[in-house]
Design a protein around this ligand. Structure first.
Ligand code: HEC
Length: 100
């Protein structure tokens, strides 16, 4: 391999690492969170629901309401997101931090 190609590969690997690491950190928290970031903000921000404190079943039905409004998600994605929301935005979750 020429050194030119090696440099290009290294740069590419670095860029991928930079792009991937913040998402990777969230992935470690809960895969549902990354999905939410990806899927909810197309239509509204989390101000629509960040004050809600509901269990995973409520969230799951809320997500199916979003599907009725045009969300295109698999049952598996909905399950993961509802699971995450039911924990971090569940009945026992802390009240939301005030926005900075
Ligand atoms: C295709 C567009 C769309 C997407 C994507 C979407 N929503 Fe919504 N959502 C809406 C609309 C439209 C409303 C109703 C807004 C209003 O009442 O003013 C709404 C309202 C809500 C509400 C409050 C009212 C209710 O029916 O419960 C919650 C909670 C909610 N969204 C959660 C979510 C979450 C969580 C996601 C991501 C998984 C999401 N939405 C993604 C369109 C969408």
């Amino acid at each position: 391999m020429s050194s030119y190609h090696r440099t290009k590969l290294l740069l590419l690997a670095g860029a991928i690492f930079l792009l991937a690491s913040p998402a990777g950190a969230e992935e470690a928290k809960h895969p549902g969170l990354a999905l939410l970031r990806d899927k909810c903000f197309q239509c509204h921000t989390d101000s629509m629901w960040r004050d809600a404190r509901q269990d995973a079943r409520w969230w799951e039905s809320a997500l199916y309401r979003m599907v009725g409004r045009g969300g295109l998600w698999t049952a598996e994605e909905i399950k993961l997101m509802a699971e995450y929301l039911g924990t971090d935005f569940g009945p026992n979750a802390k009240p939301p931090e005030p926005r900075q």
